[in-house]
Design a protein around this ligand. Structure first.
Ligand code: SF4
Length: 284
């Protein structure tokens, strides 16, 4: 790859939105890793973050609300040499897409999943999302959110995810480094990215995060699951960022016999269009 330029068009995000750094970080990570654009698919559902496939010059898939994971999983299963990245928001991933998020972790398909977590529904103008803190007032929750916020890091750990990390959109260099580790990881890599929504979340702002976040230091042992669970529950005055847990184990392709072939499923010559048709007909 000569000069790496993954830019596309102007974005429709608000000036100052935390999404910009995440998009830039994703482009930088892919360029640094020298992954050619035609070897990448970025999949998303619906939301502000889910516009990302339209703003990056790679293959892309924009699904229904909450439905980024199924197409991404299907793409990776049949085309194992493709780098598959899901890039979507907290509403799309943890709310509408919660079921897919949970069950994809159990499968351990080799996908990197980046969640722009702004603790609000930005596209629909600021309703509480699954990660909104209790007491956070919005235009439609004037008395404050009363629901217990989801802890996506703890949830991913509890379901056996092998790569669980958190980063902050306000620290792009660190974010790039974690994205690169997630993309290189063999298996499902989950990265929750704290992303201030400057228009509708007036609580969890860049300065709110800057006062609280700290990086896990080099002595932190990310192979220690008990420690990772402890870290996952730190929220409030101190919020850790970095790779919280990492351990490699069998991926979906390792576990399913007919996917173990060196060739990707789409390249296998013994699958004729006729047999594919018969296969599809079994499901309709
Ligand atoms: S509404 Fe919030 S999340 Fe959406 S583009 Fe504007 S600042 Fe970003």
């Amino acid at each position: 790859m000569s000069e790496c330029n993954l830019n596309t068009f102007e974005t429709a995000w608000c000036p100052g939105c935390g999404n910009f750094n995440i998009l830039d970080a994703l482009k930088t990570a892919l360029c640094d890793l020298k992954i050619e654009p035609h070897k990448v698919v970025v999949a998303a559902g619906i939301g502000q973050a889910a516009k990302t496939p339209q703003y990056i010059n790679t293959n892309g898939f924009c699904g229904l609300h909450g439905r980024a994971v199924p197409p991404a999983a299907a793409i990776k299963i049949v085309n194992k040499d493709m780098t598959v990245i899901i890039d979507s928001g907290d509403g799309d991933t943890y709310g509408e897409g919660g079921n897919h998020f949970i069950h994809n972790i159990r499968r351990n398909i080799d996908i990197a999943h980046f969640v722009h977590n702004n603790q609000i529904y930005g596209l629909t103008k600021g309703q509480a999302s699954p990660t909104t803190d209790v007491g956070h007032k919005t235009q439609v929750q004037p008395i404050g959110s009363v629901n217990i916020p989801m802890n996506p890091i703890l949830l991913a750990l509890s379901l056996g995810a092998g790569f669980v990390a958190r980063a902050f959109s306000g620290d792009k260099e660190h974010l790039v480094s974690i994205m690169k580790e997630a993309i290189k990881y063999r298996g499902y890599a989950f990265l929750d990215i704290l992303q201030p929504c400057v228009s509708f979340n007036k609580v969890n702002t860049f300065s709110w995060y800057n006062k609280r976040i700290y990086k896990l230091d080099e002595n932190y042992d990310f192979s220690d699951k008990h420690k990772a669970i402890e870290k996952s529950m730190e929220w409030g005055d101190k919020i850790p960022i970095g790779i919280i847990y990492k351990k490699e184990f069998e991926t979906y392709h390792d576990k399913v016999d007919f996917l173990k072939d060196d060739k990707a499923l789409i390249d296998l010559e013994n699958i004729s269009s006729q047999s594919l048709k018969e296969y599809i007909n079994e499901f309709i």
